[in-house]
Design a protein around this ligand. Structure first.
Ligand code: ZN
Length: 513
């Protein structure tokens, strides 16, 4: 073997990261700026760039360069991650990669039409094929316990069904009775949330809230898109979007805080990791600084829910919101607003769900996905299985498949195994938050004064700066001293709703925790 220059691995990793960042930029443009006519050529551009990134990753010279890396722990970790990604990609036959890519773009159009026409039968053949290809993908990637492990590890490295299922069961046995107890109580008024809120003022208020948490506009920007998202080109260029509805105030407000949480993570990644493997998801061919989907989601939910929906936050900031919308909020006070934006109300649509019922939507999807992957459930049986579970957990009748099994884009995009990361994110958010409070005893007093810097700095030091250096379970271990643990999350939810809904604290403690 010929001598490989020591910086060869970094040079090649930098080129791959450049391509992934350009892919992100084209995707950002497609979702925020591109005229509708640009779609088909853009798909080809994305496919070409993806293929180039994949070629560079699978270039035998890159593997050799990675194998010869020596140096500090960070460089060794980067090389190991590259080698793992190369090995995973090599296990997947080219034929399967091509078929999946083709089906993903076809199936999304078929799904969109089927959803618009409320016609599950029109989507079923494409979905059946997608399930079959994902089962092949799981077999090709390999797994020890359950085929679902291979797929969920694409999004949450190291997460297994053996860990996930008991955790979800624990959450479900907590959430469902708590939901029933909440439903038996009088509901807060929310009428004022659907008054007319002019878009320009919503935008200004959302942006001010993002900056209050520390979103740096010198390295960021806020645009509008149909589905809000955050995307990073590197830590110096981290963009978010929001969706403004003039007849619904919480959408843009909390949507922006959610994406701000994602953005704080990316802006907090150490600049030293730019153009490295440690800001690249090499298996997913995506430039991202966060350790995993679940870890990322823990930060969006921490800032949106733990901080942005807290009583302390609204006690401090409601007056400014009222100043922006004096007519709309003239008959509302901070406590009333806080109760309204924390209202629990079972709904058919996941993306409209409140904090408590959201997890139930996730559990339903995870359960169905796992059964599809083992063949225990056929695609034809999906709508009935879906509707039965919605009835059982949420007490709702699904009127049609557009409001049921057809609502999410995920299955048409081939994203089997990604749903658990939303709930894992909720669980991790509470673990990280509890760890921050242990480490910084004055944290809650600071938050009550509107000082968000100390929390952000603790998260940056312990989580953000590391990028993808550590796997999610390593980050948890380093910051909390243990693995995934739902207890802090359950205590948070029970405590919060006991207070908001006047539930009997002694009963809650005995029954739910
Ligand atoms: Zn998110």
């Amino acid at each position: 073997m010929s001598e490989v220059p020591s910086n060869e691995f970094q040079r090649r990793s930098g080129e791959i990261n450049d391509l992934l960042c350009i892919l992100n930029l084209l995707n950002w443009d497609a979702r925020t700026q591109m005229p509708p006519g640009g779609g088909s050529v853009r798909s080809q551009q994305l496919a070409t760039l993806s293929a180039l990134a994949r070629e560079k990753l699978l270039d035998p010279a890159y593997q050799v360069a990675a194998q010869t890396v020596s140096g500090d722990d960070i460089q060794i970790r980067a090389a190991r991650q590259a080698l793992d990604a190369i090995s995973a990609m090599r296990r997947v036959p080219d034929r399967l990669t091509r078929e999946l890519a083709l089906l993903r773009s076809e199936a999304q159009d078929i799904w969109a039409a089927a959803k618009a026409n409320n016609d599950f039968a029109a989507f079923a053949p494409a979905l059946t094929r997608m399930v079959a290809l994902n089962r092949q993908l799981a077999e090709a990637l390999g797994y020890e316990g359950h085929p679902y492990d291979a797929l969920q590890n694409l999004y949450e490295p190291g997460l297994t069904v053996a860990t996930l299922l008991p955790l979800l069961t624990r959450l479900r046995t907590h959430h469902v009775p708590l939901l029933r107890a909440i439903q038996a109580q009088p509901q807060p008024r929310t009428d004022f949330l659907t008054r007319h809120y002019p878009a320009d003022r919503q935008r200004a208020v959302s942006l001010a809230a993002a900056e209050r948490f520390g979103y740096d506009m010198g390295r960021g920007r806020l645009d509008e898109s149909a589905h809000p998202f955050e995307i990073s080109l590197n830590c110096a260029d981290v963009r978010i979007t929001t969706r403004i509805q003039e007849a619904y105030l919480p959408g843009a407000l909390f949507g922006t805080l959610h994406e701000t949480g994602h953005a704080l993570y990316e802006q907090g990644v150490s600049p030293a990791l730019s153009r490295t493997v440690l800001t690249s998801d090499l298996t997913g061919l995506y430039a991202v600084g966060g350790a995993s989907y679940g870890t990322h989601e823990s930060q969006s939910r921490l800032w949106e829910n733990r901080i942005g929906r807290s009583a302390a936050y609204w006690a401090l900031h409601f007056r400014e919101l009222q100043a922006a919308f004096p007519d709309q909020l003239s008959d509302v006070d901070a406590a009333t607003f806080h109760r309204a934006v924390n209202r629990v109300q079972p709904s058919l649509i996941r993306v409209e769900a409140d904090e408590l019922t959201y997890d139930l939507h996730i559990m339903l999807r995870v359960d169905l996905e796992m059964r599809l992957m083992t063949g225990e459930l056929e695609v034809q049986g999906l709508p009935a299985a879906w509707n039965a579970r919605i009835r059982e957990d949420l007490g709702l009748e699904v009127p049609d498949d557009a409001h049921g099994v057809l609502q999410d884009i995920h299955w048409s995009a081939g994203l089997f195994g990604s749903f658990p990361t939303y709930t894992i994110g909720n669980v991790m958010a509470s673990q990280f938050y509890a760890a921050a409070n242990r480490a910084v005893p004055e944290l809650s007093a600071q938050l009550e004064r509107g000082e968000y810097g100390p929390l952000r700095e603790w998260l940056t030091d312990n989580i953000y700066q590391h990028g993808r250096t550590f796997a999610p379970h390593e980050l948890l271990e380093r910051t909390t001293g243990g693995g995934l643990d739902p207890q802090p999350y359950l205590e948070y939810l029970s405590g919060k709703y006991t207070e908001l809904y006047g539930l009997r604290a002694d009963v809650i403690k005995r029954v739910f925790l």
